[in-house]
Design a protein around this ligand. Sequence first.
Ligand code: RRO
Length: 309
Amino acid sequence: MTDVSTTIAGVKFPSCFMNAAGALCVTREELVSLGQSQAGGIVTKSMTIEARQGNPEPRYYGFPGGSINSMGLPNLGYRAYAEMIPELKRFGKPVVASVSGLCEEDFPVIAAAINAAQPDLIEVNLSCPNIPGKPQIGYDPEASERIIKRVRPLITVPMGLKLPPYFDPAHHAVMGEVIGRCGVDFLNMINSVGNGLVVDPEREAVVIKPKGGFGGLGGKIIKPVALANVRAFYKFFEGKIPIIGTGGVVDGVDAFEHFLCGASAVQVGTVLVEEGLEVFGRLETELTEILKNKGYRSIEDFRGAVKEL
Ligand code: RRO
């Protein structure tokens, strides 16, 4: 029997595929639909203190190979998600609450209240690229460390970080040191590749409205960046901190590559938005087929085992 379940920080997921924070997970209806789907977990939209409409539209654009977004944290506010968590937990799969904030002080407020609602895991988003005037926290190691150290004592469920992509080994090392000092139970990488620009040559225009068209890139085009980050942190921590691989997973082969690089689960954003909830069944079938053909029984049989030349 081929087994595509996985475990992150001691929490068992019936399938290694789940939604990435932001993808079809803002409203109660969307979260319930994720619960009813074949997704292995339910990840909430990153939440702020107050509900937000987000940035002006158009703010998402899909194109062959990927997507660009500048949603601007549209969400219901943490109180609404805290209330929903008990209901979402009844679907028999882990609930992952994604905690964000518009300033450092917001993070502990939300973390404490959401922890009281006892999701199965909490993911602290240090990497939203789309709030005008606010840089991605994960690119500031000191600010990241301050925030992690403030929320860490407030969280009793496994706590993870959603990281932005890093593009230099020196940056992996600096953030690796920060994470090592703070005690983090899991990592999720990568968030979208921030501040890309997509141009429509027909219209001679950018494709999304906020920030002059700049936004976070997702989908197939970012897979090599995602794999590099998964691999770099897997090696930095010698496989001891579980990693959720996010970025560029469109089919079973992409997921297989993430696991080879060291991921224990994968999340899907762009392909979920483009294809809908049916994607989870397809991905599971495709990965199962690959594992069967290769003679692997589970992800643990080959996780992190990519060969170097
Ligand atoms: O809402 C967004 O604009 C957004 C967020 Br919070 C994030 O973490 N990553 C992203 O691509 N978009």
